[in-house]
Design a protein around this ligand. Sequence first.
Ligand code: ATR
Length: 276
Amino acid sequence: MTQPHAKVIGWPIGHSRSPIIHRHWLGMHDIEGDYSAQDVAPEDLAGFVRTVGVDGLRGCNVTIPHKVAVMALADHVTPVARAIGAANTLWFADGALHATNTDVSGYMAHLSASAPELDLRDAHVLVFGAGGAARAIIYGLLRAGVRQIVVANRTRENVEKLQRDFGPQISHADDVEHALLQADLVVNTTSLGMVGQPALSCDVSLLKDTAVVSDIVYAPLETPMLSDARRRGLTTVDGLGMLLHQAVEGFALWFGVTPVVDATLRDKVVASLSQR
Ligand code: ATR
């Protein structure tokens, strides 16, 4: 295939929503190209990566379990991917393979679109979870100038690792109630609240009236925490927007046009969620 195209690779790739997103934008911009999902086993990763840049393959999204391994196979890794320790986007340019992580730009773009009134400078943030998604969100929030990020997590050592990597603005949530009272923004980065999982325990009644509540879980679209927050009249930021916005940077790198996350795209992806 010589027409411009890109892929999402994983093992197993499962029901990735990325083809829906990128094909929507290819159609919007009248680009004769394609975007498809491909299973790539760990032992085949290096061989696959060598095909990026060949025969119209502009690049790819990378998902579990390749997000760390792929960095060692790229010629250039962006500072943001290095800081997070994982890459989700590859592209070929100037004779070299580049790797980056678009979760940061995706989350930050979605947050400012969904909660434009939230002033992140000097903000107090409470983050639930200390895994890969938390790292991306914490990196973005620190760069946006937040004052303090309190992290509540099942495993304390994982918070301590975040403290070592990101510095003294990160602290462990010894007192979650106090953190809720202070928070300008609360973010769930765990899988709690997802279909089939227990809800995250988060007493939104303690929050300030101006607090913003954000969840990265998007199945269901409205998690119990977001539903409680909405009923309290707080601004909520759902997880689907992060998925949609993180795709923008990759599409722009591969196809040369910066696409827009609009309601039509969102509706298409929402419809696909019910067809799981
Ligand atoms: P991701 O890349 O999506 O962030 P991850 O790196 O596996 O996934 O991180 C998942 C986060 O959710 C972790 O902080 C995890 O807590 P631990 O550090 O204690 O493992 C948290 N998490 C997952 N399932 C959980 C559960 N049932 N209860 C509480 N926390 C959970």
